[in-house]
Design a protein around this ligand. Structure first.
Ligand SMILES: [Ca+2]
Ligand SMILES: [Ca+2]
Length: 299
């Protein structure tokens, strides 16, 4: 009897031990995971510090660094002006460009026009809807009586609430990568996507594709050392096949040197990655041009 009891006790203890082992195993794995994330975050931060150094140019080798196999960082420096300045949608020309861009993404023309007008209504101070737009009467009817705020859009998550953006999401799941609320409001042709350039200028798809190919350099990759930077709008015009008259219709919204840079740093530890982003403004201090951080966030 005593032997049987001891046997049962041993069995019970081993079950408990096995259980403890199982649960400690899980938390040990969790710790490994959070440790990897933490280290990836540190590596991403290291990449950012290097990118902010005044002597570092986009595409510099120091921006892609491997400390040990599978551990390192990769930084991309681009112009925030490559993205559509959503708070400038009050400008009719930019609204038309947005419609074109949505259509190039695959949206039908009627929905594209509805979204563009609705974004403009969202930010304009009045409550009169544009021909295809949406003001409070619309949003109140769909249980959002607090919309629109009739003020600048503060974040891209806010943009997601605008009437029709759900349709945009269906054709372009990565629409957030194509808009900005933090640039200098000009579209930087040294960073803008082919559809955006095509939509704003009315250039042919071939001309816009060729323009982007010239910009990307021989390796065909954006953001590397062999990238070509346009500094003469005449050269841009001739590559895109745009006349002086056409250019003058939208030139006030264009720059070739956007002042807000987007620095994206990805830290990698094995399969884990952590991304840190800094938007920084180029400022001149004495003889040096430095990047002054405006905002930072995780992605
Ligand atoms: Ca409004
Ligand atoms: Ca309005």
């Amino acid at each position: 009897m005593a032997l049987l009891l001891a046997l049962i006790a041993v069995m019970a203890l081993s079950l408990i031990a096995a259980g403890l082992y199982e649960s400690s195993q899980a938390s040990w794995e969790e710790n490994t995971l959070s440790r990897a994330r933490y280290q990836a975050g540190i590596l991403a931060e290291s990449g950012l510090s290097i990118a902010l150094h005044p002597d570092i140019e986009p595409g510099d080798v120091a921006l892609r660094h491997e400390l040990a196999p599978g551990r390192g960082w990769e930084v991309r420096i681009t112009s925030e002006g490559g993205r559509f300045p959503v708070n400038s949608m009050g400008e009719e020309r930019l609204r038309l460009a947005a419609v074109e861009m949505f259509v190039l993404w695959g949206l039908d023309a009627a929905t594209a026009s509805r979204v563009a007008d609705s974004i403009a209504d969202w930010i304009d101070s009045n409550s009169d809807p544009l021909p295809n737009g949406a003001e409070n009467t619309f949003y109140a009817g769909v249980d959002y009586p607090q919309f629109p705020p009739n003020a600048d859009i503060a974040s891209l998550e806010e943009l997601a609430f605008v009437s029709g953006m759900d349709q945009v999401e269906k054709v372009q799941p990565f629409w957030r990568d194509h808009f900005t609320v933090r640039s200098d409001a000009l579209i930087d042709f040294n960073a803008a996507s082919q559809p955006l350039i095509q939509a704003l200028t009315g250039a042919t798809a071939d001309a816009a594709a060729n323009f982007v190919a010239v910009r990307n350099g021989d390796d065909g990759i954006e953001g590397t050392v062999d990238d070509y930077t346009f500094d003469d709008s005449g050269e841009v015009q001739s590559l895109l096949g745009i006349s002086d008259g056409e250019w003058s219709e939208f030139s006030e919204f264009v720059t070739l040197a956007g002042t807000v840079k987007r620095i994206e740093s990805i830290g990698k530890v094995g399969d884990f990655t952590e991304t840190r982003v800094i938007l920084a403004e180029e400022v001149t201090e004495g003889r040096n041009t430095i990047l002054r951080p405006l905002t930072r966030f995780r992605e």
